[in-house]
Design a protein around this ligand. Structure first.
Ligand SMILES: NC(=O)C1=CN([C@@H]2O[C@H](COP(=O)(O)OP(=O)(O)OC[C@H]3O[C@@H](n4cnc5c(N)ncnc54)[C@H](O)[C@@H]3O)[C@@H](O)[C@H]2O)C=CC1
Ligand SMILES: O=C(O)[C@@H]1CCC=N1
Length: 271
């Protein structure tokens, strides 16, 4: 792809996305530039992925056809005010922040500007991100397709209406954290019964990966797949009974509601 892609902020997400893009060879490293106030993460991406780096956000703004704002949501206003007169006229701004609406970003720019709001996740680093994407009214379908192509270089994508974006962290942006807790718990349960810890992590993580692939690749309902594991009078149904008694699914949905409420609160407070 013949575009310059910039990242303002080079933390966990920028490193994951840069790694994903470079590994997929969609864009050559010299067409990628990242800025950050401190050098540690810049040194990491320069050494590992051979991308350009700088401490100057304006240099990235000036360089980029597509500009990722990869800072924490509470920095968006400050960063947009800093760069808004330095970005290219036709730049596409890509937000990855939880809890900042397109309308809020447009108000910070104080002019018409192309904005694509997204919610990726950290598995971008291994090419397995899930990203929700929506564009504002001046982003053409070709431009949106270009952004989708970038996100597809490090995972899967869905175009989502903006009114649903505050619910996306709960299901895919933040959910890797709960899945890691689930894997950790499975492994601990294995260790409790004498399985060596490293083997326990592998057993647990591959079971989660395999189950997720079954959902994605067979197209079967998760309930049907669950039923096919439960032998009548067998071991699995005993585990399912204990999970149901302890409100496993209700607990997950409650956690997702807390996550979404937080995103809505952030969206309102960033206005
Ligand atoms: N961590 C995650 O799993 C996900 C995070 N996000 C979003 O990604 C964004 C970034 O999150 P993380 O990468 O996790 O945070 P992070 O804290 O790892 O990275 C943010 C980076 O921005 C840099 N920074 C701070 N002030 C700056 C400035 N004035 N100019 C340039 N850089 C500056 C920091 O030094 C840091 O390296 C957030 O808006 C978050 O909502 C979205 C999806 C998943
Ligand atoms: O915790 C957060 O706010 C970010 C957004 C999605 C994942 N991490």
């Amino acid at each position: 792809m013949d575009k310059n892609i910039g990242f303002i902020g080079c933390g966990n997400m920028a490193k994951a996305i840069i790694g994903g893009i470079v590994n997929s060879k969609l864009v050559s490293p010299e067409n990628i530039m990242a800025s950050n106030p401190s050098n540690k993460s810049l040194d990491f991406v320069r050494d590992k992925y051979e991308v350009r780096t700088t401490n100057n956000n304006l240099e990235v703004a000036d360089f980029s056809d597509i500009l990722f704002l990869a800072v924490k949501p509470n920095k968006y206003k400050e960063i947009i005010c800093q760069i808004k007169n330095s970005v290219k006229k036709d730049v596409i701004i890509v937000s990855i922040a939880a809890g900042i609406t397109i309308e809020t970003m447009e108000s910070y720019f104080e002019r018409d500007i192309k904005i694509v709001r997204t919610m990726p996740n950290t598995p971008a680093l291994v090419g397995e991100a899930m990203s929700a994407i929506c564009g504002n009214y001046i982003v053409s379908s070709e431009e949106l397709a270009t952004i989708v192509k970038i996100f597809e270089s490090f995972g899967k994508t869905e175009i989502i209406e903006e009114r649903l974006m505050d619910a996306i962290p709960s299901i895919s942006g933040s959910s890797p954290a709960y899945v890691y807790m689930f894997i950790e718990a499975l492994a601990d349960g294995g260790v409790l019964r004498g399985i060596p810890r490293e083997k326990a992590y592998k057993l647990a993580a591959q079971a989660v990966l395999g189950a997720a692939k079954m959902v994605l690749e067979t197209g079967k309902h998760p309930g049907e797949l669950k039923d096919s594991v439960c032998s009548p009078g067998g071991t699995t149904i005993e585990a399912i009974y204990t999970l149901e008694k302890n409100n496993f699914r209700g607990t997950i949905i409650s956690a997702m509601e807390s996550c979404t409420e937080k995103a809505i609160k952030m969206s309102n407070s960033n206005k």
